[in-house]
Design a protein around this ligand. Structure first.
Ligand SMILES: NC(=O)c1ccc[n+]([C@@H]2O[C@H](COP(=O)([O-])OP(=O)(O)OC[C@H]3O[C@@H](n4cnc5c(N)ncnc54)[C@H](O)[C@@H]3O)[C@@H](O)[C@H]2O)c1
Ligand SMILES: O=C(O)C(=O)C[C@@H](O)[C@H](O)[C@H](O)COP(=O)(O)O
Ligand SMILES: [Zn+2]
Length: 360
């Protein structure tokens, strides 16, 4: 087992990465405050891992709530099912919530923990590649609104993150690819050596070689933990994690939540950011080709929906609701080269329009 740390003063916490960690009571025990534990999961993950997860918390008063599965259920209405359980079973302020599932469950459970009685503890047990490399770390929690992704939420850090890499054995190929989009993101924004390593090891990752997957998870979490420690609430640097997301979130909302996976929106959206970076003379054409190639090898889309499915105006309307908008201007993460990104509102509107038209 490997242990990493997210360094946030009194909110610091460990990330445990290894095989067979799910049912290990000794590992999680120190992070449970109080006696009551509520495991939040969904209809897909429950039959696979709920029993094993419950074992880890057997010495506590453990309950579970099983939510419907899908991005389309990441909303306030579904969140209320968690509050119904907490309030109905008389959970108190010293309880602990456990997020058992992918990023949807993690974001919703974290937000329920942030809001229930103004804040209780929670533990992340991520079971998708995407949630193991990104969403379980850093304390961004929340739900979607029909008009925008993650519009309602809170920063709320977990007590610990338990990454049992064995859970990836049951993940669908499409979901594994979606997770790779966020893995590749770290290479693009801050870690060129990692990008080069990914180029060399992509086929092994797709074949789920356990050693290679573990290394990818570890290096991703190291990058995430480092930046979160420097900028917990996204005052600046942390916004780099949003590479491709202003476009990608527009795709997810515009196409109907759940039709494009988050990672798929991120890969196509990253290529839109890459194309704009090239139009601005920042990024070379050879880097554009190299980036498109790695997404394609990872079996991810590099083009957004057609203009018939989502025209430029629909794109821009949704992008205008992004959380990074300042004084009415859409801020974007652009690339100077592989391994160096920056956030800017200083780009010609005509080039954004050109990107939306030409990169289809
Ligand atoms: N908070 C953050 O920092 C952050 C970062 C990135 C993404 N996100 C959010 O995360 C969400 C995407 O997360 P995701 O990609 O994990 O999607 P997800 O949570 O919808 O999980 C994908 C699918 O895999 C299933 N699943 C989960 N674990 C499984 C397993 N081990 N075996 C088989 N099936 C399994 C789920 O039930 C679901 O059907 C989005 O809502 C996105 O906005 C948040
Ligand atoms: O942790 C972060 O910071 C991220 O931006 C990670 C992203 O991968 C993630 O999709 C996040 O939820 C997007 O944040 P948002 O603030 O744009 O909703
Ligand atoms: Zn993301």
């Amino acid at each position: 087992m490997k242990t990493l740390h997210v360094d946030l003063d009194e909110r610091s916490y460990p990330i445990f990465i290894g095989q067979g960690l799910m049912g290990q009571a000794e590992l999680v025990k120190p992070y449970v405050k109080g006696k009551q534990v509520l495991i939040v999961t969904n209809t897909t993950v429950a039959p696979l891992y709920l029993e094993s997860c419950e074992k880890a918390f057997a010495e506590f008063d453990v309950h579970s709530v099983v939510l419907p599965d899908g991005e389309q259920y990441k909303n306030l209405q579904t969140l209320n099912l968690v509050f119904d359980e907490l309030i109905g079973k008389r959970f108190d302020r010293s309880c602990t919530l456990v997020a058992l599932g992918g990023g949807v469950i993690g974001d919703m459970t974290g937000f329920a923990a942030a809001a229930f009685q103004r804040g209780v503890n929670f533990i992340q047990m991520p079971t998708t590649l995407l949630s193991q490399v990104d969403s379980s770390v850093g304390g961004k929690t929340g739900v979607n609104h029909p008009m925008g992704k993650n519009m309602i939420g809170a920063f709320h850090q977990p007590q610990c993150v338990v990454i049992d890499t064995d859970t990836l054995n049951t993940l669908e190929d499409r979901q594994l690819s979606a997770g790779l989009a966020e893995v590749i993101k770290y290479g693009l924004i801050v870690d060129e050596p990692f990008f080069e390593w990914l180029e060399e090891h992509l086929e092994k990752l797709l074949a789920r070689d356990p050693q290679t997957l573990s290394e990818a998870i570890e290096r991703s979490c190291q990058n995430k933990a480092k930046i979160v420690a420097l900028d917990e609430k996204e005052a600046g640097l942390r916004a780099l994690f949003n590479l491709g997301h202003t476009f990608g979130h527009a795709i997810e909302a515009g196409m109907g939540y759940g039709n494009w996976l988050h990672g798929e929106g991120v890969s196509a959206g990253t290529m839109q950011a890459v194309y704009l970076s090239k139009l601005m003379g920042l990024l070379s054409e050879s880097d554009e080709v190299r980036i498109a190639k790695i997404f394609e090898r990872a079996k991810l889309p590099i083009k957004p929906p057609s203009s018939k499915q989502m025209n430029n105006k629909q794109f821009l309307d949704l992008m205008a609701g992004d959380k990074k908008v300042q004084a009415g201007k859409i801020r974007l993460v652009l690339l100077k080269r592989i391994g160096e990104a920056y956030v800017t509102s200083d780009y010609p509107a005509a080039l954004l329009e050109q990107t939306l038209t030409e990169w289809r």
